[in-house]
Design a protein around this ligand. Structure first.
Ligand code: NAD
Length: 499
């Protein structure tokens, strides 16, 4: 049995707590590795070492730090298949999806190659007689990233890129269910030239997280995961005086107007609803057609598309649309929610219950389900299912569809399919959701924009990646300066690089 490590001070090191968690292969249900769960003492030692390493890293000029990001980006590209395979092996998503997971993280690293531009300060010349004012963006010191299982490469990269490029040291606590990719990324960063101790990958569970939240050296916490944990971490971190941004769960609605291209809308719903077995915070889990004719047209198109979805292990290659869910507990929970939908009166149009795959009977596979005539008081509507289950809520008017979306407690992503620019524009302006797609089902913004939900999908301030991330991982210092006289002679004539 493989025993995984932490990555501390530039090397893979075994855990010393004596506590481990099992890392499963979700396609077979077998334990494929055990991951150490760090003790408070291990966490505190790693944080203290990171604080020491941060001093020189924070003083390294931004362009040199950006060059580490550039080398890191090249190494991620070179190791793309290896990383994608590690993602799929522990998460269960298809290899194509594993590559996408790495790619969308890499794109944030590409933006970090230009970090010096984003770290520039402000300057006021002659704010008073002989007085200049300037603002600097300085690193916070040691910051922490706590990440979920569902994007084992992308979200750690979203955290480490901007934090490190800004001159911080980072303690990264990846999901204990999918820890290997973060360890591989840490090794690549070392190869790219990151000094030892600047990124510490510590594996663990709640105990490790609480130790990070209570450690006085840690200045900021960037969390991504489920809403109850996001809210808990936000509260505890803020109470301990830390900067915190905590991104939570979602229930993303897609409105389909009567004038939409129904085939394209159905294709979009199937991809966004069932891709990665629905284990995406930007998955579409609720279809909201406007008008009975629209709803019927969608059902007619969705049924064959959903029934033809191919479910299987990532090792089956391109022949699979989505893989297993992450754990047995998750499989049981999803099946239970499907049962509740039937009991509470929704119309189960495609029934994924009882799905079994020959040779993989112990894997955590869930067949795709599609419910029509779902109503807002049903559990399948209220809960984030995080599985391959699509619910359709029929509405009579655009205003009713908009209100349904806005009344939902979550506000991560949403989409509208329509041929009418005026409706699309009205929707984008009025809806209280952070990321909006127009004829685009999963509107994850590109890496030079920024990612973040509203309402119960995010706690704290500022978004992930893009310019917001550089604001989150730096603090502003403003200097008011007056110089009475200066030396106006002499000069240096060699053309040289910055130290
Ligand atoms: P999770 O909340 O169970 O775990 C996330 C992290 O928190 C892990 O590192 C875990 O070890 C830690 N953790 C778990 N329980 C804890 C506790 N009681 N105290 C302290 N730390 C704890 O989430 P998950 O199941 O790994 O991920 C799926 C969830 O993440 C979904 O709800 C999904 O919508 C959400 N998600 C949100 C975004 C976003 O950007 N909004 C992105 C991806 C995933």
């Amino acid at each position: 049995m493989e025993e995984l490590s932490h990555f501390i001070n530039g090397a893979l090191v075994k855990g010393t707590s004596g506590n481990f968690a099992d890392v499963f292969n979700p396609a077979t249900g077998e334990v494929q590795a055990k991951v150490p769960l760090a003790s408070e003492a291990e966490i505190n030692a790693a944080i203290a070492a990171a604080a020491e390493a941060q001093v020189a890293w924070g003083a390294t000029n931004p362009q040199r730090r950006a060059r580490v990001m550039m080398a890191f980006g090249h190494l991620i590209n070179k190791n793309m298949e290896h990383l994608a395979e590690a993602v799929s092996r522990e998460h269960g998503k298809t290899l194509a999806d594993g590559r996408g997971d790495v790619q969308r993280g890499l794109e944030v690293i590409e933006v970090c190659m230009g970090a010096p531009t984003l770290l520039k300060g402000e300057f006021t010349d002659d704010g008073g007689p002989g007085i200049d004012l300037y603002s600097m963006r300085q690193p916070l010191g040691v910051v922490a990233g706590i990440t979920p299982f569902n994007f084992p490469a992308m979200i750690p990269l979203w955290k480490m890129g901007p934090a490190l490029a800004s001159g911080n040291a980072m303690i990264l606590k990846p999901s204990e269910r999918c820890p290997s990719t973060s360890l591989m990324l840490a090794e690549l960063l070392k190869e790219a030239g990151l000094p030892d101790g600047v990124l510490q990958v510590i594996n663990g569970d709640k105990g490790a997280v609480d130790a990070i939240l209570d450690n006085e050296t840690v200045q900021a916490v960037g969390f991504v995961g489920s809403t109850p944990i996001a809210q808990y971490i936000y509260g505890r971190a803020a109470n301990n005086g830390k900067r915190a941004q905590c991104f939570g769960g979602a229930k993303n609605h897609m409105i389909i107007m009567p004038d939409a291209d129904m085939d394209k809308a159905a294709d979009a719903l199937v991809g966004a609803g069932f891709g990665a077995a629905g284990e995406r915070c930007m998955a579409i889990s609720v279809a909201v057609p406007v008008g009975e004719t629209t709803a019927d047209a969608l059902v007619e198109r969705l049924i064959p598309r959903i029934e033809n979805l191919k479910v299987g292990p990532y090792t089956a290659g391109d022949d699979v649309d989505f893989g297993p869910v992450i754990t047995k507990a998750s499989q049981d929970r999803i099946n239970g929610l499907v049962e509740s939908g039937v009991e509470q009166g929704a119309d189960l149009v495609v029934d994924g219950r009882g799905f079994s795959l020959q040779g993989y009977e112990n894997g955590y596979f869930v067949g795709p389900s599609f419910f029509d005539r779902v109503t807002p008081e049903m559990d399948i509507y209220k809960e984030e299912i995080f599985g391959p289950v699509l619910s359709q809520v029929r509405t009579e008017t655009y205003e009713e569809a908009l209100k349904l979306t806005m009344d939902n407690q979550y506000g991560n992503g949403t989409a509208i399919f329509t041929a009418d620019g005026d409706t699309a524009r009205d929707f984008a302006n009025r809806v209280n959701v952070g990321m909006v797609g127009i004829n685009f089902p999963i509107p994850v913004p590109l890496s030079y924009h920024t990612f973040g939900g509203w309402k119960k999908s995010a706690f704290g301030d500022l978004n992930q990646y893009g310019p917001d991330a550089f604001r989150f991982y730096t603090k502003t210092k403003t200097v008011t300066a007056r110089w009475f006289s200066g030396i106006k002679e002499g000069g240096e004539f060699a053309f040289k690089a910055m130290d």
